[in-house]
Design a protein around this ligand. Structure first.
Ligand code: CDP
Length: 253
């Protein structure tokens, strides 16, 4: 079979043309990047784990009536998704202070926030995805006031679902990022969750030990990233049967 046409290649994923109009195939690579791609590596099995984990979270959201682009998983590294027009914003939800929020406001990492806080960053790698206010978003036409209200509501529903599911397996959801896309049903526009939901775009802390189970393991050189993601997948019961992160075979003399 001829290879599908590549539509877009990002840092961690590739999009191919889908089998039907309005669909795409999302392929998860093993590449890991941080600090706007200044730090890079290839982590064996990461793509397989993120494909499974994103499937798990998005299936759960779809079943609750929180619309996502996820249609079905095709194989170890690929999933069928709805094509969307991506809103050029990263929507971040925070429950505990960490990362740039902790730095910006001088908060100690791990401080519980008084309520979930939703932030928007403008998606532009050359600018380092700067934090923007609703004023900028509306003035520059990246989204309307109605879209913004819908995006906040969507992000908080995702937060409630993810927080609960992860809490049930002993993991604290400190923060996460989602991307949102527009789809049209005739003239009617809807906003749906797009991209991926995986430990690449969340901060996940073991509730008992505080162990980091997300991309901070890579950002801060805290150990084996695939081990951390495997632990999340194992706890959620979504580890593929033909395991992803087995030790390399050793030569027997
Ligand atoms: O991750 P970093 O410290 O650069 O930024 P942050 O604003 O503290 O990130 C908040 C959450 O969004 C973390 O879970 C990040 O992993 C995620 N994020 C992301 O997935 N992609 C980005 N470009 C920025 C943040």
């Amino acid at each position: 079979m001829a290879r599908r046409k590549k539509v877009y290649e990002g840092k961690a994923k590739i999009l191919y043309e889908g089998p039907e109009p309005g669909t795409l195939v999302q392929y998860f690579k093993d590449d890991a990047t941080a600090f706007n791609a200044e730090k890079k590596d290839v982590i064996d099995g990461k793509g397989v784990l993120n494909n499974r984990l994103s499937e798990f979270f998005m299936t759960g959201l779809n079943q609750l009536g929180v619309p996502t682009h996820f249609m079905k998983r095709l194989n170890m590294r690929e999933q069928l998704i709805r094509a969307v027009e991506v809103v050029p914003l990263e929507v971040i939800v925070r429950n505990y202070a960490a990362g740039t929020l902790a730095k910006r406001l001088g908060l100690e990492e791990g401080t519980m926030l008084p309520r979930p806080i939703v932030e928007f960053c403008y998606k532009d790698d050359s600018l380092g995805d700067p934090l923007v206010a609703e004023e900028h978003i509306i003035a520059f036409g990246w989204a309307s006031q109605q879209d913004l209200d819908d995006m906040v509501a969507l992000a908080l529903r995702v937060n409630d679902f993810m927080t609960g599911v992860l809490y049930g397996v002993g993991i604290r959801l400190a923060d996460f990022k989602i991307e949102i896309g527009r789809v049209w049903d005739g003239d009617f526009q809807r906003l749906i969750v797009a991209d991926e939901i995986s430990p690449d775009s969340c901060r996940l802390w073991d509730i008992e030990t505080g162990r980091k189970l997300d991309k901070d393991v890579f950002r801060r050189d805290l150990g084996d990233l695939a081990d951390a993601y495997t632990e999340v997948a194992r706890r959620l019961g979504v580890l593929p049967s033909n395991a992803t992160h087995l030790p390399k075979p050793t030569l027997i003399n």
